[in-house]
Design a protein around this ligand. Sequence first.
Ligand code: HEC
Ligand code: HEC
Length: 212
Amino acid sequence: MRRRTVLPLAALGLALFSVSALATPHEMRQEMIERGKTLTFACIGCHGIRGYNIPYPNYNVPKIAGQNRAYLLAALKDYRDGLRQFPTMVAETRAFTKHELREIATYFASLRGRVKTRTPIYSRSEAKRGAKLVSTCAACHGLHGIAVAPEFPDLAGQYPSYLERALEEYKHGLRRNAIMNGMAASLTHREIVEIANYFASQKGPLGQIPGA
Ligand code: HEC
Ligand code: HEC
């Protein structure tokens, strides 16, 4: 009788011991953030500088600090897999493993609430007209550009020139995404400019990554 209970108890003890030896979810996340940070020094030169511009076509490098983690990871994978075009980003993402991309996305998302957020320069009159065009977009991106789920990007306070570029790319199939290709297909250039200015005018959590 005694013998039968001793063994299971010993096994239970061993199991409890190994569980406590493992890192907690919080510690594991903290470790991912730290590792992600060490992988992103090369990104600071563009994503760490406020108002940094890319020429031909001319638009601002997007704010990525504080963006939603699931979206960031999907974006990084899309560059690596060629669903998005920007050559530097394709090259940067191909230098990392899937796990490293996860660490990078975790780090950028962890900056939410810890970076300066400024409303970019935008056109008030365009934004006013844009406000009337975003009822469909609100289902995923929120009426004020704060996404309803982490799979969708926050658009609030993003550079209008970047939002415009992204929408033009979806419209012309240069950036491939089943949902957004459909959404952008029927927008005119005018409407794209107005919508971009509207979302840019909203208060949001996005900013530059620190370090520059
Ligand atoms: C030469 C400047 C440059 C460098 C260096 C750079 N990026 Fe980018 N990044 C851009 C530009 C420009 C875009 C927008 C490109 C486009 O239109 O698709 C972008 C887009 C992104 C996006 C998508 C943002 C969104 O809202 O969809 C992520 C995420 C990103 N970069 C992460 C990184 C990471 C991580 C690194 C470093 C490993 C890095 N970038 C290095 C210029 C740069
Ligand atoms: C059903 C959900 C859904 C709706 C509705 C929707 N979007 Fe999106 N949007 C997405 C998803 C998902 C992505 C990310 C796609 C990708 O990975 O390229 C996205 C990406 C974007 C981006 C790129 C942001 C960035 O940081 O690169 C812009 C700009 C955008 N949407 C604007 C709009 C506008 C404007 C509308 C309305 C006309 C709209 N969306 C409607 C789901 C949606």
